[in-house]
Design a protein around this ligand. Structure first.
Ligand code: HEM
Ligand SMILES: *[C@@H]1O[C@H](CO)[C@@H](O)[C@H](O)[C@H]1NC(C)=O
Ligand SMILES: *[C@@H]1O[C@H](CO)[C@@H](O)[C@H](O)[C@H]1NC(C)=O
Length: 510
């Protein structure tokens, strides 16, 4: 018996040989890019459009096979990672080689301008320096704490008036308004009062602001946005209109405050605590010239950074503790214990809310763990990216080219068994506590909800404080339950993670 291959005609052998060579060269060109080796290509960016409704779960599935992969795209190379070593490399070790870049800057610049979110290099450094100093001051902590307490009490009063009728409410909508009111007061020293819903200038501004954020995101999927902007048609025309409403409101506020401050001879005796006043002092030149555009950009970025992220985080948190009533009970118990020495005096919503000092909040380890566990599974920023500024090699040996985009993926990373164990999909606040019940943080390169490295979220402390105050007030006075236990809940793939259907809960007084 002879083997099959020797019986083949020479022509077939040559053809077979050529095919093998061709495949080999394709392989070289495709996966190695010459001498370079890029992460394996496991799909294309068009697959993402198909999976848009469940985008982050699509990524999660792909990561089960490859810690780092590539999606083929017509433009820049797109690399996705769930590997803490790679995350540490791009966010810290080689920080200067990765940044926002023009990939993000141009799309966002009409809304974000030159604010901290959009820029790199010296512009970023200057704002980061001023803002991180401000955020660490006692004065701003006290001022913001008071604002959070007041708005938590206001929210609780709205919930109480509905609890009597057992009418379900959309808590996500309420939380969006509450966090908007909080951050706007802290930033501009003005209560928009959207929570009370009076249809005035503040609500008009807030609505325009939300539209502007949403329409800005449309640019990431609409490749023709620049043409539309030039022609001033469609969504781009609406976006221009909304940004105008936002800017008019904000500039009026900045001008007003700057004038007040230059007139006010005794301003040092009565310093204003809002961020705007602090930035006016920090950025106004000796000649008294105020850079209105720069102030607008700085402050607006902080409002954008702090609003939807916190509201989204809190919404998913309420959802999770309604799904896990035992966790809700434990939180309620911890809140009572941590505020016990406020005594009977704290029986009204306002008094209780005022009793939530930093010391009391610091005692709430279980609540802190439950919030963190929520952000592990539902990080407010589920997917984030950096542009590579010059050719580099990642710790896993794969190359990255100048202009490539590297995505790190808080949502998928939070669900990786290889990072969190076999129960990664379970909501278990205890995983963040040691034997004594004290909260144990994780490496920020593994738990990436707040980013990591020099550009780690500046408002992390603020966010936890606001979330803890709101949670403490709600669970001191109410038991919350889902309107419909069985209704399935999905996220919406915006920059921040929302509950697509809203969060409809019923509240019962405790
Ligand atoms: C649960 C709530 C929050 C989450 C999950 C969160 C998450 C993040 C993430 C992922 C980034 C990195 C974005 C990027 O550069 O691509 C970031 C940056 C930032 N966050 Fe937060 N954030 C939250 C709340 C807040 C709050 C309340 C504030 C302000 C009061 C704030 C202020 C900022 C600022 C200023 C930056 C930019 C830092 C820089 O580029 O140096 N964040 N945050
Ligand atoms: C903006 O989004 C588009 C997608 O429409 C993307 O192709 C582009 O690279 C992004 N950046 C710029 C500068 O346009
Ligand atoms: C950082 O990136 C540069 C290219 O931009 C590269 O030459 C350098 O070796 C990298 N440094 C580290 C520590 O990986």
């Amino acid at each position: 018996m002879t083997t099959g291959i020797l019986e083949c005609s020479p022509a077939i052998l040559v053809a077979a040989g050529l095919s093998v060579l061709a495949i080999f060269f394709c392989y070289l060109a495709f996966f190695r890019g010459g001498t370079k080796r890029y992460p394996p290509a496991v799909g294309t960016v068009f697959h993402q459009v198909y999976h848009l409704q469940r985008l982050h779960d699509y990524h999660t599935g792909l990561f089960r096979e490859h810690k780092t992969f590539r999606l083929l795209s017509p433009g820049r190379r797109q690399i996705y990672t769930s590997d803490p070593a790679v995350v540490e490399h791009i966010l810290r070790t080689n920080f200067t080689s990765y940044g926002k870049g023009d990939f993000n800057y141009e799309n966002m610049s009409d809304l974000l301008g030159d604010g901290i979110f959009a820029v790199d290099g010296d512009k970023w450094k200057q704002q980061r320096k001023i803002a991180s100093y401000d955020f660490s001051t006692r004065a701003l902590r006290d001022f913001s704490g008071g604002v959070f307490n007041k708005n938590a009490a206001k929210l609780a009063r709205i919930v109480a008036s509905n609890a009597a009728t057992k009418h379900p409410m959309d808590f996500q909508g309420l939380l969006m308004k509450a966090t908007m009111d909080s951050i706007f007061t802290i930033a501009f020293g003005l209560d928009l009062n959207t929570l009370d819903g009076s249809a005035d200038e503040g609500s008009r501004f807030a609505a325009a602001f939300d539209d502007a954020s949403e329409f800005t995101l449309v640019r990431y999927v609409n490749v023709f946005w620049k043409v539309a902007r030039f022609l001033n048609v469609g969504v781009e025309a609406t976006l221009r209109d909304r940004i105008k409403v936002v800017d008019e409101f904000v500039y009026k506020r900045i001008r007003g405050r700057a004038d007040e401050m230059s007139d006010d001879k005794a301003r040092d005796a009565h310093p204003k605590q809002d961020l705007l006043s602090r930035f006016i002092l920090a950025t106004t030149s000796d000649s008294g010239k105020v850079d209105y555009k720069y102030l607008r950009d700085i402050i607006m970025n902080i409002v954008i950074a702090g609003k939807d992220t916190t509201a989204g985080g809190l919404s998913w948190f309420l959802y999770m503790v309604c799904k896990h009533p035992d966790v809700q009970e434990k939180i309620s118990k911890e809140v009572s214990e941590a505020t016990a020495n406020a005594g009977e005096a704290a029986s009204s919503v306002d008094e209780f809310s005022r009793s939530l000092t930093d010391e009391a909040l610091n005692r709430m380890h279980y609540l802190h763990a439950a919030l963190t566990e929520t952000l592990r599974l539902y990080p407010s920023v589920p997917l984030d990216n950096k542009e590579c500024f010059s050719d580099d090699v990642l710790p896993n040996g794969f190359s990255v080219g100048k202009g490539d985009i590297v995505y790190y993926t808080p949502y998928a990373m939070g669900r990786m068994e290889r990072l969190w164990g076999d129960d990664a999909h379970e909501f278990r606040p205890e995983r963040w506590l040691d034997q004594d019940g004290a909260f144990q943080p994780e490496s920020p390169f593994k738990f990436t909800a707040f980013q990591a490295g020099p550009r780690i979220c500046l408002g992390k402390e603020f966010a936890y404080r606001q979330m803890k105050i709101f949670a403490a007030v709600l669970f001191r006075f109410f038991v919350l339950a889902l309107r419909d236990e069985k209704a399935s809940v999905n996220y919406r793939s915006m920059i921040t993670l929302y509950i697509d259907q809203g969060l409809h809960l019923t509240a019962t007084a405790r």
